[in-house]
Design a binder for this molecule. Structure first.
Ligand code: AMP
Ligand code: MG
Length: 336
């Protein structure tokens, strides 16, 4: 399959490209499209055959459910059962990087939910994504547009690295703004449970509908199947250091090897052969995944990664780095 890339303007995507993409979705095919978090690999969420193609293209385990992207609150009410609290969260944070796990409405294929009776739903804050969903006339199931286990793509180039020849069309609207995936919040119980930190902060959710609980070990695993799998993994080992400790750590790296790459907010330790430094935690989130892909190509043997403080989007950056660093598949036994 030949993969075509169509450049679109974020604010004015133009009717031609959107109609083309929507035609592919309606025909049961796959389209990669931008959201404010990362690029998504989309298919008609109401078609089991179309959704199965997502799993094939990504090499994704079938029991890892997908997020359903909708154009507004009204459409969300057709996908899942909304109560007062979920409606309030939508009013406060949509469109935006907040995914809500709610009871699934009838008619959502089990391919989307991984066989659960709940469904994850979100309204992205990206004009191209909204135009595509609207023009398709169906909700769009979309995980990140990477091969399973690779860092999520924040540019069309990163999508091509992973999915060239596996998808018909990529809508390219430039680098994504948030850079880490959406926050996933389970609102099916008495208290909301944070299944995955992301673009909307735990502090903001706590203020809106707190107390927000953190999943405990096995409970978290059961509730959010995706967290079981190794994610966001570059092909090099990643060594984590706490904020401000990179210089000291850099000097006693295993065998004092020279070929160390660094990513973080503090200045790089002396002697590293490649570095990505960010001026703020928001910039860190935005640039993290493309930095990991770039540092992989630098010829380094190991990546030294500085953990930011776990506030705001910093918690999501810590989570992704901890997953990148944990060599084996399996749940994180505690949150970073
Ligand atoms: P991705 O689309 O690759 O960013 O991953 C979606 C995330 O949402 C994964 O961690 C899934 O496990 C999680 N998710 C999707 N649907 C559900 C659901 N019904 N219940 C719990 N977690 C879900
Ligand atoms: Mg993903």
């Amino acid at each position: 399959m030949r993969t075509e890339i169509l450049a679109v303007d974020r604010e004015k995507p133009g009717e031609g490209p959107i109609r083309r993409a929507a035609g592919i979705i309606r025909g049961g095919g796959l389209v990669v499209f931008p959201t404010e978090t990362v690029y998504g690999l989309g298919a008609d969420a109401l078609s089991p055959e179309a959704v199965r193609k997502i799993f094939q293209a990504k090499g994704r385990p079938a029991d890892n459910p997908l997020i359903v992207h909708v154009e507004d609150k009204k459409a969300a009410a057709l996908v899942g059962q909304l109560d007062e609290r979920s409606r309030r969260l939508m009013d406060l944070f949509w469109p935006g990087p907040l995914t809500l796990v709610v009871r699934a409405a009838g008619g959502i294929p089990k391919e989307v939910t991984g066989g659960l009776d709940t469904v994850a739903v979100r309204m992205p804050a990206h004009p191209v994504a909204i135009a595509l969903i609207r023009s398709s006339g169906v909700p769009i199931a979309a995980p990140s547009a990477n091969r399973s286990g690779r860092p999520s793509p924040t540019t069309a180039g990163a999508v091509l690295e992973d999915l060239k020849g596996r998808v018909e069309l990529i809508l390219d609207a430039g680098p994504t703004a948030v850079g880490v995936e959406s926050t996933v919040l389970d609102v099916t119980g008495d208290h909301p449970v944070l299944l995955r930190p992301g673009g909307v902060s735990l502090e903001d959710l706590d203020e809106a509908v707190g107390p927000v609980l953190l999943p405990t070990g096995s409970e978290g695993e059961g509730r959010s199947p995706g967290t079981r799998y190794r994610h966001y993994a570059p092909s090099l080992p990643v060594i984590l250091v706490e904020a401000g400790k990179a210089r000291a750590e850099g000097s006693h790296l295993p065998g004092q090897r020279a070929r160390v790459a660094y990513v973080g907010m503090s200045p790089p330790p002396a002697g590293v052969m490649a570095a990505a430094c960010f001026a703020s935690v928001e910039e860190y989130a935005k640039g993290l995944f493309s930095a990991l892909r770039e540092l992989e190509r630098s010829g380094a043997e190991v990546i030294l990664a500085e953990l930011p403080v776990g506030e705001g989007v910093g918690l999501a950056v810590r989570d992704r780095l901890a997953r990148a660093a944990s060599g084996a598949e399996g749940p994180l036994d505690h949150w970073p």
